[in-house]
Design a protein around this ligand. Sequence first.
Ligand code: SAM
Length: 234
Amino acid sequence: MSEEKTPGKKPRVKHKRTARDPGQNVKTAKGRKSSSTQWLKRQLNDPYVREAELKGYRSRAAFKLLEMDEKLDFLRKGQVIVDLGAAPGGWSQIAAQRGAKVVAIDLLEMDELPDVDFAQMDFTDDDAVEKLLAMLGGRKADCVLSDMAPNTIGHKQTDHIRIMALAEMAFDFAKDVLTPGGTFITKVRQGGAEGAFLKALKVHFKTVKHIKPPASRKDSAEMYVVGLGFKAVE
Ligand SMILES: C[S@@+](CC[C@H](N)C(=O)[O-])C[C@H]1O[C@@H](n2cnc3c(N)ncnc32)[C@H](O)[C@@H]1O
């Protein structure tokens, strides 16, 4: 709680709402759209947001990667990891903390992180793969992680097509850079990856599964498809 003093006026008491206060209600929605009020309320009452703040993680998304790794055990010290759609940096942070060297990109800017080589770029640009390969400098990747999410427009089919297009592009890139035995993770939408995409993944990975980590909001349509044990097939 802090006080703001204006000469001649009664001091206004400004309540600092922090994500650490549990069970908060957003009382004043004046001038705020109800969707942003809902978002704010959800953020303030979200235990993952509080925990991320306490642990110094860049995003609550960090827990999704931690939970997927807890289940599937793919992060290792000394790995080379590509993080597509990395901002604000939760996944890159976790990977680097586990002792990996990370190559990360995003449409948005991202603050620097130790052991993370970041470039702001659109993965769908014609020269994106070339730039990523240059960042890898001839190294193969042990994991290609994609949490890329296009802005949803609320039209189910269109949103599905757009996220699947990114997932397929990420897979094509993964096939070029993964080391044998490597891991690929990409975000998809509820209902999972389509048959043809899954079939292609199954050709290239020993194990393919869908996963919705507990940190992924129940009301969100997102889930992840994971390929473990990359096989370089012609
Ligand atoms: C859910 S956020 C990623 C959160 C991140 N994994 C973390 O742990 O902080 C999705 C990101 O994908 C990025 N993105 C969406 N489309 C992209 C594209 N075509 N190229 C690069 N990044 C993209 C967005 O800018 C956004 O920052």
